[in-house]
Design a protein around this ligand. Structure first.
Ligand SMILES: Cc1cc2nc3c(=O)[nH]c(=O)nc-3n(C[C@H](O)[C@H](O)[C@H](O)COP(=O)(O)OP(=O)(O)OC[C@H]3O[C@@H](n4cnc5c(N)ncnc54)[C@H](O)[C@@H]3O)c2cc1C
Length: 460
């Protein structure tokens, strides 16, 4: 065993039961929601910041990579240990340190799940806005490291907008505190925001000061069907250019709807080619007028095939059913599907979707588009069978062309999933070599021995 000394030293820090080197355990911690997998040399489950500092010190002694792992729900291979090393699993660092509703912040450890945090905030009538679909499993540490978002980011913004400060450990074991418990502070560089979205490459987050918000008094939902995608996307741009912003604005394209139309419970008109799903959240006093304003835009002078509004949570759930059923359905039809999360300025959505539809015909590949249209963030799902080599090859060409188009439209190749291993080959097309080099310099300051998730930088 190449690292016998290492495992003994790590066991001394976290205890024998929290230091896993059995091959079966290593496999379990070796994959995430990408299609990739690899095994680390050892997995540790620390329960304190001090233990993490000691683990990082040992990693520096052996010059061995460290991969921090939350819920492993990332879809871009950001936690797959292709260079081996130590996996730090944060599941035991799951405490809420303080909830301060009057000052609108909460201090938490990184291993708490998004959903457990929301449950704990509810009695204070508070919530933390980032709402990824994986909320029951993903952790706050993972949300911060991926700058996660979700449907509500159209109104509230993404994780970056809801963090006041962080405590983290650098690659050489220094404990750093950034930010404060206040909503204003201009002291020093904004290291908090630098860490957010850095996919575990700059520091191991051990505590976060999160900005929390009062739960809106009322939420209504609306479902609107259109006979073509152009009308739907025109409605999206109109919605986003006025002052009453929905708290969710999701689009499902014709290919998505074709998969759902056979389900009689979903009531999707046979002629529908695009579906918009909307939430409106407001005070009890303003909800009706806000909802009416949005309803009128969706109704689009009668240019809407079918529209219905729900004013209670039971009916809202029914409205959102189609969206919830779509991802599992796609996974069932095409287990090897490629799922990208490109983003363009909202006004460029029609152009992007038309481009993707043409590619789908040209390469005879089913491509299903849906997602957070209010942010211009579309999940592009290329449904391939990995055993079909031509399909596999064509999907790569398609992907490259989609990324090129997205950049031409002033967009970005990842709206929320991040780069990880999956997209590391494409990053140079978006940020260019000078910016990549600056990123590398920044990393070397935070992590002089290149130990924190080094596999993610290997292809740059
Ligand atoms: C069904 C499903 C739905 C999803 N929906 C959404 C969505 O709506 N919006 C969205 O944005 N994403 C979504 N995702 C992607 C994913 O859930 C998010 O990126 C989430 O934030 C990852 O959190 P995690 O705890 O699973 O992190 P992991 O997958 O464990 O790790 C992700 C990254 O964070 C780093 N990391 C984890 N903890 C720490 C820490 N303490 N310090 C430093 N780095 C750390 C890891 O090293 C890695 O780089 C979805 C995924 C699934 C499977």
């Amino acid at each position: 065993m190449p690292y016998e000394g290492l495992i003994a030293e790590l066991s001394n820090i976290v205890g024998h039961d929290n230091c896993l080197s059995d091959p079966a355990d290593l496999i379990i911690y070796g994959y995430d929601n990408s299609t990739m997998a690899a095994v680390a040399d050892v997995v540790v489950l620390p329960n304190s910041t001090t233990q993490i500092i000691d683990i990082v010190t040992i990693a520096n002694k052996y010059k061995i990579p460290i991969i921090t792992k939350g819920g492993s729900t990332n879809t871009c291979g950001a936690t797959v240990p292709t260079l081996g090393g130590i996996i730090i699993a944060t599941q035991k660092l799951n405490k809420i340190i303080r909830i301060a509703p009057n000052d609108r912040y909460a201090i938490v450890q990184p291993g708490i799940t998004n959903s457990n945090l929301q449950t704990a905030l509810k009695p204070f009538n508070m919530f933390w806005p980032p709402d990824p679909g994986s909320a029951k499993t993903c952790t706050i540490g993972g949300n911060l490291a991926c700058n996660a978002a979700g449907p509500s980011s159209v109104k509230y913004g993404v994780t970056r907008e809801h963090v006041l400060g962080l405590e983290f450990i650098t690659g050489d074991g220094q404990l750093i505190k950034a930010g404060s418990c206040t909503t204003k502070s201009v002291v020093g560089y904004d290291l908090t925001r630098l860490l957010i979205g850095s996919e575990g490459t700059l520091g191991i987050i051990t505590e976060a000061i999160l900005k929390i918000h009062p739960i809106p008094e009322a939420t209504y939902s609306i479902k609107a069907n259109y006979k073509c995608i152009n009308i739907a996307t025109e409605v999206i741009t109109r919605l986003m250019s006025q002052d009453t912003i929905p708290s969710a604005l999701e689009l499902m394209d014709a290919q998505s709807l074709n998969l759902m139309k056979k389900n009689p419970n979903l009531h999707i008109p046979s002629t529908s080619q695009a579906l918009l799903l909307i939430n409106i959240s407001s005070s009890a006093e303003h909800i009706d007028s806000d909802a009416n304003k949005i309803y009128q835009i969706l109704y689009n002078n009668g240019n809407c095939l079918d529209i219905c509004m729900a004013t209670n949570s039971y009916d809202s759930d029914k409205i959102w059913q189609a969206r919830k059923l779509l991802s599992p359905k796609l996974k069932y039809i095409a287990p090897n599907k490629i799922n990208e999360d490109v983003v363009v300025p909202v006004s460029k959505l029609p152009c992007l979707i038309r481009f993707i539809e043409k590619l789908s015909v040209k390469y005879n590949l089913p491509i299903v588009n849906f997602g957070h249209a209010g942010n211009g963030n579309i999940h592009v799902n290329i449904l391939i069978n990995n055993k079909d080599l031509k399909q596999k090859q064509d999907s790569k060409i398609c992907l490259q062309q989609i990324f090129t188009k997205v950049l031409e439209l002033n967009g970005s190749i990842s709206g929320e999933h991040g780069i990880g291993l999956v997209k590391s080959n494409y990053i140079k097309h978006e940020i260019g070599i000078k910016t990549i080099n600056l990123n590398k310099h920044i990393k070397s300051v935070f992590d002089p021995n290149n130990l924190l998730n080094p596999q993610l930088f290997a292809n740059f």
